[in-house]
Design a protein around this ligand. Sequence first.
Ligand SMILES: *Cc1c(COP(=O)(O)O)cnc(C)c1O
Length: 494
Amino acid sequence: MSQLMNRQEILRALPSVDQLLRLPALEEAIGRSGRDQVRDRLREVLADLRRSWLEQGTLPGPPEVIREEVLVRLHHRLGVQTRRRTQRVINATGVVLHTNLGRAPLAPVAIEAIREVASGYCNLEYDLASGKRGKRGTGLEAMLGDLLSAPAAAVVNNCAAAVLLTLNALAEGGEVIISRGELVEIGGSFRIPDVIAKSGARLREVGTTNRTRLSDYEAAITPETKLILRVHPSNYRIVGFTRKPELSELAALARAHQIPLFDDLGSGSLVDLRPIGIPEEPTAAESLAAGVSVVAFSGDKLLGGPQCGIIVGEASHLQRIKSNPLMRALRVDKLTYAALEATVASYLRGTAREEIPALAALHATRGETAERVTRFLDRTAANILPLRLEAVDGSSVVGGGSAPEVQLPSVLVRVAHPTLSAAELETWLRQQTPPIIGRIEGDHLLLDLRTVHPEEEPLLADRLLALSAWSGPETANDTRQTRTADHPATSSVH
Ligand SMILES: *Cc1c(COP(=O)(O)O)cnc(C)c1O
């Protein structure tokens, strides 16, 4: 059908929306996205095709070919519309461990390890030396032992699972002593009193919200006591007239009464973060060195690895934890082992600060963020009117419940427009592919490059250029706008 056709012929050849909606091939899409969505997207697709076929003066082929073309485009569009799917976003918020944005991005070595293990079989539960069944995680547990001078280790699905499992394995049916100042909610409804109850242990709270003494713990110890629990208060701080015993004092008390002391560190950094102004994140090794029996922390907070919970400590306690029936329900898969092993190997090599994105982002100095912003603006700002991009002083935060009071000094990109508001600019960027998440402070939209991967910069620049051509929200729903969002000019980052 390559000969030129007249307008009427082309318009007649286009199927109607109603005909298309009755196709069995669309039942599934209608079931998933809803009839209204599918109808609206069909209208857009038909309008696009009509325009381009009229311009060319030809049709692509017989009715089946036309129908196929419509369906392919429809499915693409529905896919793009499904913003709820898990997808990459550009985090320009400056929150390094952003729980809503998936916390720590993985190191390239961890991604490579996942790729390798996921694309074939692996020795997850197979001992290559003997050719017999092996235990999962033994290599990783040995690495964690080396790194933290810990006699034994276990890995579960997240730190919440680590806390639940440890409490159940070591304290079920007995009492758990905890300071009133540590009965916190971590977020996502993870509340320490509820978790203790779910573990089958009974809560025995001591002291007051702001002050708890060693003698308060001591007075609460009875034959019913199975465990003393310390919880890092995470994103909550008690300041001023406060007091709590040193971890080493608590450890000595626990040892004297032969009761395990369990420290839920939450973030649990593996490196000392005091040099970059993060004072209150004791490392897991420090906690163990203070005499704590069992320590739990997250894999995807300050450690910068995959989502998981790491439990380290005395071998006898870890044995009870690993043989607990909950262990099977809370264990991690081969991908997590692969990623965590590669991440821990990076610490063992001494290259973590360069290789692990979250650590690199935390360690970037104000000067380094300033240089990055200058280079970014040099490449971008010149041709971007009426958008105005400016370097401004500000700060980034750690996130992930860590060091809520710490501000990391940064230079940020401020985006301004003569007529569009910060909220309008923010919304537009959030609806791109990939979505760009900035932050609004006062009347300004700020983009923080500290959390933007260098490879994402061209994509960010490309979207800012597109934003400069945008005329405002009244055109936000027309097909021209949708098309811009569907086909970013640069897609090299995927
Ligand atoms: C974050 C946190 C948890 C939960 O960790 P997840 O890995 O998110 O399950 C538990 N305890 C503390 C103190 C935390 O900060």
